[in-house]
Design a protein around this ligand. Structure first.
Ligand SMILES: [Zn+2]
Length: 448
């Protein structure tokens, strides 16, 4: 392959693509796909109309009423193809928005100072537009392709993904069967990972979700006469013991290591070696440790609960995110040990599949990293672990090399605006994301 001539022939028109990115993101964010109810029919109509206008055939599925799935495929132009497809994956649904808390209407995209504000702008319609524009550019510029490229948009990710990516995997895997997936997860930032360092984290693994319900039982009675059988007291004391211990990664680190070849460092080790000292924030904390958030309490008699009645039951919800390598049983045993009260019942509400780590040693990873460092010389590109769950986990379990990356520079405040009442994204970063996706795809598709 002649790399230089490819670059020269396939120029990226910056001004034109910024206009296109802006228009597409405005139109996409304006389609209310809040989940629940998470109806993605209109979003799929929107994407289908764009693809069909460009002569790209679209296939649609519906996993349940209103749960539209869109699938488009650019065939390899070189025969025989050199490998299985690259799948560009995004979810069309967004989390709900409380209009009373927003300064702008969450579904009327508002542009201020080069940023677009609206629900889904960051998670993940911005990345979706970047993927879509890159996909269209491959077609428009007749980029030679040694393998197929699939664009898939799916519903239901924000409520667990059983009717989205997991439904496609269960029912239509033969149509997908990718070698690679590019999904949400990682991004670039000048301040989030390390102070004053431009770092792009490409997600190669994610933490395991373990949702637990704790239940303390006691004896009901009159609030005027305290007893030692008050379940609230029991639960509060146990939670105090649980939270007094700092999040432990000791349990998980050796096992995380064992997931890879035994002499290989863990993802966290690689990240630390590349990045140096991490910035101190909730994100870097969460990628280094197994974590526990107490997300709800339920107790009391009546609604509103009576203040003078001791209840017989007190419950709490724990959202645990566990480093790869720790099993559900190991984690529950750890929680029980820390609670220090065998009478407290621990019930498993939900768990994600045990995380699989994708190797960063692949042409697609290298081409994403190369595109990033061409645009930002001196930027650090690192594989990383992400603290939240994505659809990639379901593909990794099938042996797919899945990379969570939006190659856009996002300030910490934009990252933390995800799911918040001030969600926004810089339009220039979406445009650059489109360009870098295009370059990484073009260069990977040139590999025989
Ligand atoms: Zn998302």
């Amino acid at each position: 392959m002649s790399f230089v001539s490819v670059v020269v022939n396939q120029q990226w028109t910056r001004a034109q693509s910024l206009d296109e990115v802006t228009r597409l993101l405005q139109q996409y964010v304006a389609i209310d796909t809040a989940n629940p109810p998470g109806d993605t029919t209109k979003a799929a109509d929107f994407l289908a109309s764009i693809l069909e206008r460009e002569g790209i055939p679209v296939t649609r599925y519906e996993s349940a009423p209103g749960k539209a799935i869109l699938y488009a495929r650019l065939k390899a132009t070189v025969t025989p193809a050199s490998g299985k497809a690259i799948l560009l994956l995004h979810h069309m649904d967004v989390v709900p928005a409380d209009r009373a808390q927003w300064k702008t209407d969450p579904f009327i995209p508002t542009i201020q100072g080069g940023d677009l504000w609206g629900r889904g702008s960051m998670d993940m319609k911005g990345q979706a537009v970047a993927q879509l524009v890159a996909f269209l550019m491959l077609k428009r510029q007749n980029v030679p392709r040694t393998r197929d490229v699939i664009l898939m948009a799916e519903p239901d990710e924000e409520v667990g993904g059983t009717l989205g990516a997991r439904w496609m995997i269960a029912n239509h895997y033969a149509e997908l069967d990718p070698e690679y997936v590019i999904d949400e997860g990682g991004f670039g930032s000048t301040d989030l990972f390390a102070p004053n360092k431009t770092v792009y984290g490409i997600s190669v693994a994610e933490k395991k979700i373990v949702w637990l319900k704790l239940r303390a039982e006691g004896v009901a009675g009159h609030g005027s006469q305290p007893t030692d059988t008050n379940p609230n007291d029991r639960l509060v004391r146990a939670l105090a013991r649980l939270l007094a211990e700092p999040g432990s990664r000791n349990l998980t680190e050796p096992v995380a290591r064992s997931l890879q070849a035994s002499d290989q460092p863990s993802v966290i080790d690689i990240m630390k070696a590349r990045v140096g000292a991490f910035a101190q924030n909730k994100f870097t904390n969460a990628i280094q440790k197994s974590t526990i958030s107490v997300t709800w309490f339920r107790s009391g008699v009546g609604d509103p609960p009576k203040i003078n009645v001791i209840p017989s039951i007190a419950e709490a919800g724990l959202d645990c995110r566990v480093l790869p390598g720790t099993t559900k049983d190991q984690w529950i045993a750890e929680i029980a040990r820390r609670l220090g009260d065998p009478a407290i019942k621990i019930e498993l509400i939900n768990e994600s599949d045990d995380p699989v780590v994708t190797s960063q040693d692949s042409p697609l990873y290298n081409n994403i990293a190369a595109a990033i460092t061409r645009a930002h010389p001196g930027a650090i590109v690192t594989p990383m672990l992400i603290p939240y769950g994505t659809d990639s986990n379901a593909f990794r379990a099938r042996g797919v090399k899945s990379y969570g990356i939006f190659p856009a520079l996002l300030p910490a405040d934009v990252v933390s605006s995800m799911h918040s009442d001030g969600e926004h994204i810089s339009l220039a970063s979406v445009r650059e994301g489109a360009q870098l996706f295009f370059e990484a795809l073009r260069d990977t598709l040139a590999v025989r």
